[in-house]
Design a protein around this ligand. Structure first.
Ligand SMILES: Nc1ncnc2c1ncn2[C@@H]1O[C@H](COP(=O)(O)OP(=O)(O)OP(=O)(O)O)[C@@H](O)[C@H]1O
Ligand SMILES: [Mg+2]
Length: 321
């Protein structure tokens, strides 16, 4: 099977301002994405996900290393790559507010030179699949944020690329819109032969449910790359707990306890919900002691099945947001 993407020793740095050192956004990355794969990039803010996607989409050049996309070199053969890929960023809206949804999609299809009959048919099918058929003739400035974001994702598929890059396609969307987008991506990859999708996400469940393989990326490096199932095996020997406590002063102190591999905390009203990946169960005694020392009280404690989030906590040491 061919690789849709190959990165060898890929490094990308950005100049800092006069006083700053250069920022190394991608640090010696090796990565293969196979043709026909639904591949996820999971990492916290600033990890380098968007930089990587921009390089693969030929919008940004590598500083060093070798990168091929669909067998072509991103530096020398970008013109051969571009007609066969497309990219969507969930956080930003493209499109012209004065044009209708259908007119916008039509315009993008024409940038790629898609024949009229095929473009019209494809647009109708996609509007239906993304539950936008009743908005086809509405001006884009009149539709909701979620509808606009779905239109944005449709724009990525309307050119029928061999490889699509989806940078946080469900960012900030409601459950239904997110599900519609995820279901479509899944079907698009599964039902066609050799179509590849590379998606970045902040949502652990999304990566776990959707992706064939996931690369965990932090500070420009790939820390692990495997199927969600194999990644989870890495934490099977660890003890994973959730604790509910009253508010206490210094959540970071949990991270300093030896034997705690990673933790994440979330405040919920008066309560604090904490998830901890520990080397062994005995570490808990010290966790409870530290919480009490900071003025907190443990209300409940549950041992839980490990998820992809725990792999992330173990590798990165902290949660995603
Ligand atoms: N054009 C640029 N100039 C300078 N620094 C940049 C530029 N683009 C990205 N960076 C820096 O490179 C690093 C990686 O950024 P990138 O946008 O790739 O992260 P990300 O993983 O997509 O984060 P997020 O989850 O917030 O979208 C960050 O430190 C960022 O500040
Ligand atoms: Mg980004």
């Amino acid at each position: 099977m061919n690789n849709a993407v190959e990165c060898r020793s890929l490094t990308r740095s950005f100049k800092g301002n006069a006083k700053q050192q250069a920022i190394i956004a991608l640090d010696n990355i090796d990565l293969d994405v196979r043709e026909g794969e639904l591949f996820g990039l999971l990492g916290p803010n600033g990890a380098g996900k968007t930089t990587l996607i921009k390089i693969l989409a030929t919008l940004l050049l590598p500083s060093s290393g070798k990168v091929t996309v669909l067998g072509y070199d991103v530096e020398r053969e970008a013109h051969k790559i571009r007609p066969r890929i497309n990219m969507v960023s969930g956080g930003e809206f493209s499109g012209y507010g004065l044009l209708t949804v259908r007119e916008n999609l039509w315009m993008f299809s024409q940038f790629y030179g898609i024949p009229t009959r095929i473009a019209k048919q494809r647009i109708d099918e996609l509007l239906h699949d993304f539950e936008l058929a009743d908005k086809a003739d509405a001006k884009v400035r009149t539709i909701s944020t979620g509808q606009r974001q779905r239109m944005n994702v449709v724009r990525g598929f309307v050119t029928d690329p061999d490889l699509i890059f989806l940078d946080e396609p469900t960012l900030g969307l409601d459950v239904n819109s997110s599900r519609t987008i995820r279901d479509y991506i899944r079907r698009w990859v599964r039902e066609q032969n050799g179509k590849t999708a590379l998606i970045t996400t902040h949502y652990m469940m999304e990566a776990e449910e959707l992706c064939d393989r996931v690369a965990i990326i932090d500070r420009g490096r790939i820390l692990a790359c495997d199927s969600p199932c194999n990644l989870k095996k890495q934490v099977q020997r660890d003890a994973v707990f959730t604790l509910e406590t009253t508010q206490f002063a210094d959540l970071d102190s949990i991270g300093h306890i030896s034997g705690v591999k990673g933790y994440t905390g979330e405040t919920n009203g008066e309560r604090q919900k904490i998830r901890i990946v520990a080397e062994e169960e005995s570490v808990l005694a010290e966790v409870i002691q530290v919480i009490a020392g900071k003025g907190g009280k443990v209300i409940s404690l549950t041992k839980v099945e490990s998820t992809l989030e725990d792999v992330f906590l173990q590798l990165v040491g902290r949660g995603l947001i």
